[in-house]
Design a protein around this ligand. Structure first.
Ligand code: UDP
Ligand code: MG
Length: 345
């Protein structure tokens, strides 16, 4: 059943990157979980330039069930941007992003929706435990949430992923944030509104493996911190001030000592230590300036956040992003890479 846009109550948004092996199970559980809601829904799937048959699988599902909408990005843009695209294309009164690997149990959707019906605008799902993750990942994740919690000007809830419910009002607010570095957890927090949470135990990945590694996670953390705090940039004023004062005092001490005791030469070691230490601090500062400057550069270029290659279904972007080309060809399974298409019933 296809509903006119205004009638869709719930939009589920799923970013997918090479999740071929999870798709059947995902829809099975998702559709099952949506029945008790007794409301109209759509499932907006964003294929984030997958290299496997994810897109073709999605199109098959769309053909069987038109409530499944498929938006194919032109390449891999990363989860945050795929999610942004999905939120732009969602038409429901409430939008629920969820991971394709079933780490966020779809059975919780009903609880999210209940809270929403009670009048909350944002209902996030907080992880009580994380299964299937190494202690190192848990430790680093914990450390990250603590650091960003202290540094950020808006409180970013710890141990929440992107699995949450957003009211249409909040979605509209999110779409007014044009920034490229989209640290979604932070943006969700930044917009405010009436927020509440439910708790759950995070499951293991159903199949496949995570596309994150520590280098990506580190960059993600740096993105998060630089987008939500000017702390790393400002702290150098005080570090510099501290060093200047210390240097000034030391200079005074040297002058007086020389006046009283005359000149002596040794001092190579302390000189080297001071030079190397300050050199190190300066390089670090430059690096941090570079982090911010690089991000300013990215923002100033003003490129679109993502490009859509094809849309299968009714979904239209609320944010003006249209597929690059439109035609009516439907890719067949034998084709490795589907052509540019825009298909709608
Ligand atoms: N994902 C994506 N683009 C990417 C990487 C991941 O759309 O470049 C999707 C992925 O298919 C999954 C979700 O983002 O639905 C979460 O990814 P993953 O399970 O790898 O992350 P983790 O659960 O480890 O945070
Ligand atoms: Mg996952």
């Amino acid at each position: 059943m296809i509903y006119p846009s205004s009638e869709i109550e719930i939009s589920i948004v799923v970013p997918l990157y090479c999740e071929e092996s999870n798709i059947d199970h995902l829809f099975e559980r998702l559709l099952q979980a949506l029945i008790p809601l007794k409301s109209s829904y759509e499932i907006v799937c964003i294929d984030d330039g997958s290299k496997d048959n994810t897109l073709l699988r999605l199109i098959e599902h769309h053909q069987r069930n038109p409530a499944i909408q498929v938006v194919a990005l032109s390449r891999n843009f990363g989860k945050e941007l795929a999610l942004t695209a999905g939120i732009d294309y969602a038409r429901g009164q409430a939008v629920i992003p969820i991971d394709a690997d079933l780490q966020d149990p779809p059975e919780l959707i009903i609880q999210l929706v209940e809270k929403w019906r009670e009048g909350y605008d944002v209902v996030y799902a907080k992880r009580r435990t994380r299964r299937g993750e190494t202690w190192l990942k848990r430790f680093t994740a914990n450390a990250f949430y603590r650091v960003i919690g202290r540094m950020s000007q808006v409180p970013i809830p710890a141990d929440t992923g992107d699995f949450r419910l957003l009211d249409r009002q909040v979605v509209t607010a999110l779409q007014r944030l044009p920034e490229r570095t989209r640290f979604m957890k932070g943006l969700f927090a930044w917009v405010g509104f009436r927020q509440t949470y439910i708790e759950y135990d995070r499951a293991e990945r159903y199949s496949g493996k995570t596309s994150w590694n520590y280098w990506k996670l580190w960059n993600f953390a740096v993105d998060g911190i630089t987008s939500f705090s000017l702390g790393p940039l400002k702290v150098w004023t005080y570090v510099g001030l501290g060093f200047s004062l210390a240097a000034f005092a030391y200079a005074g001490f040297l002058v007086i000592r020389t006046l009283i005791f005359g000149i002596d030469l040794p001092g190579y070691a302390s000189l080297m230590v001071a030079v190397l230490f300050l050199g190190g601090v300066q390089l670090l500062t430059l690096g941090i300036l570079g982090e911010y400057l690089g991000r300013v550069y990215e923002e100033v270029k003003g490129r679109p956040l993502y490009l859509v290659r094809a849309v299968y279904g009714e979904a239209v972007s609320k944010n003006g992003a249209e597929p690059l080309t439109t035609s009516n060809a439907v890719p067949t399974l034998s084709q490795g890479n589907p052509p540019v298409t825009h298909q709608s019933e």
